[in-house]
Design a protein around this ligand. Structure first.
Ligand code: NAP
Length: 351
């Protein structure tokens, strides 16, 4: 595997842009329609293609990551109408269009889903686009880890599995990822055995950098930074206009020079459900990402998307600032309860 994703500013390579113009003809047309519909300033396709998602340094990895990335839930959850009243996951063709559109905007980060729900779709899409080396790819490997020797076999198994799904021999980021129910203490466990396994995978050239992104409470994240922060390169933490407790713990992550990838900018869409996105709330998803990006401790905000229109809107947050009116609108949206998200609502709301 070549290393292009780890060099800065591929976004301006003329040959790549030519390639993307061919691949993305249909996506540019779709994006133009979306821009007109959702009040994103009515930029022409030519103007839009000149706007690039900015990059930030991903902590101690030194990687230059686009400040917005595509979340792995995009491919795993049924969010696309199937035409018969049901919902389906995006097809590989649709993923190719979405990833090509994002790539054209300068995006170079593909996040994973939770370990149990990873999909083969983004790997296949990258193969078709011949773009594996243009992206920083992240996988999540663990589940129900308990802080014992057997954890290592779990990690090896998950990693081999993920390498196959992504059709690659090496992934850039490998994150440990327990959920709140996996261990007695809200997902927290002794990571020493896991770290040994990750070191071995690094030596074998299967992963480059490591991190953790679990359903810990903020207090347990602090404990993990303190105890294991020197052993990892990045962390992945929920952060949106309503669930703002990340503000209280990110300085500690940065002290350990951890790269910070935030997840759930819309609380998996819950914060958008009661909004008039085609009318008065047009552009709200973009503004929710802009809000997260205002925090200088954030290196990359990943969002779930399932249409090219969502790609075009969400990634435009990189060059769209927040006006007083938009801030006021965000405040109203932040008051929306998310009853389906107990761990976020109980643990992550307050600073
Ligand atoms: N434990 C883990 O491993 C874990 C857990 C959580 C998240 N993550 C990572 O974080 C990423 C982001 O979190 P997430 O996907 O759960 O949630 P999210 O990004 O907060 O929400 C994604 C959902 O918001 C809606 N949306 C997105 N853009 C929109 C737009 N422009 N207009 C209207 N609706 C829009 C879509 O849902 P609709 O169907 O409503 O349109 C989309 O599926 C994940 O994809 C994953 O990579 C990992």
């Amino acid at each position: 595997m070549t290393d292009d994703a780890h060099k800065p500013d591929h976004s301006t390579e003329p040959s790549r842009r030519r390639f993307l113009r061919q691949v993305g003809q249909r996506t540019v047309a779709a994006g133009t329609t979306a821009a007109m519909l959702n009040g994103l300033g009515g930029a022409s396709a030519a103007e839009a293609s000149d706007r690039q998602v900015k990059r930030r340094v991903l902590g101690k990895t030194g990687l230059k990551v686009s400040e917005i990335g595509i979340g792995g839930h995009s491919w795993a959850y049924k969010q696309v109408p199937d035409g018969s009243g049901g919902m389906r996951v995006p097809t590989v063709d649709e993923a190719v269009e979405m990833i090509a559109a994002a790539m054209e905007m300068g995006v170079n980060f593909l996040d994973s889903c939770s370990a149990l729900s990873e999909s083969s779709t983004p790997g296949e899409a990258l193969k078709r686009l011949k773009a594996r080396d243009k992206f920083i790819v992240s996988i999540r490997v663990s589940h129900k880890m308990k802080g014992r020797k057997q954890d290592q076999e779990e990690i090896y198994k998950w990693t081999e599995d993920r390498l196959k799904l992504w059709q690659t021999d090496c992934v850039d980021l490998c994150l440990l990822c327990n959920t709140e129910n996996d261990t007695p203490e809200s997902g927290y466990w002794d990571m020493s055995y896991s770290i040994e396994a990750l070191d071995k995978l690094k030596q074998q050239g299967k992963i480059r950098y490591t991190g953790f992104g679990c359903h810990f409470t903020p207090a347990l994240f602090l404990k993990a930074f303190d105890k294991f922060g020197d052993d990892f390169d990045i962390c992945s933490i929920p952060y949106n206009v309503r669930h703002i407790a990340a503000k209280t713990i990110l300085p500690a992550a940065k002290k350990k020079k951890l790269g910070v990838i935030t997840i759930k900018p819309f609380a998996r869409g819950s914060l958008l459900k009661k909004r008039d996105l085609a009318g008065a709330d047009a552009g709200l998803p973009r503004d929710m990402i802009s809000y997260v990006l205002e925090d200088e401790n954030v290196d990359c905000c990943t969002c779930g998307v399932h249409t090219v229109e969502q790609v075009r809107e969400n990634f435009s947050a990189s060059w769209t600032g927040l006006t007083p009116d938009r801030r006021e609108r965000l405040g109203l949206a932040a008051a929306t309860p998310c009853p389906g998200y107990r761990w976020l609502e109980e643990g992550w709301r307050y600073v």
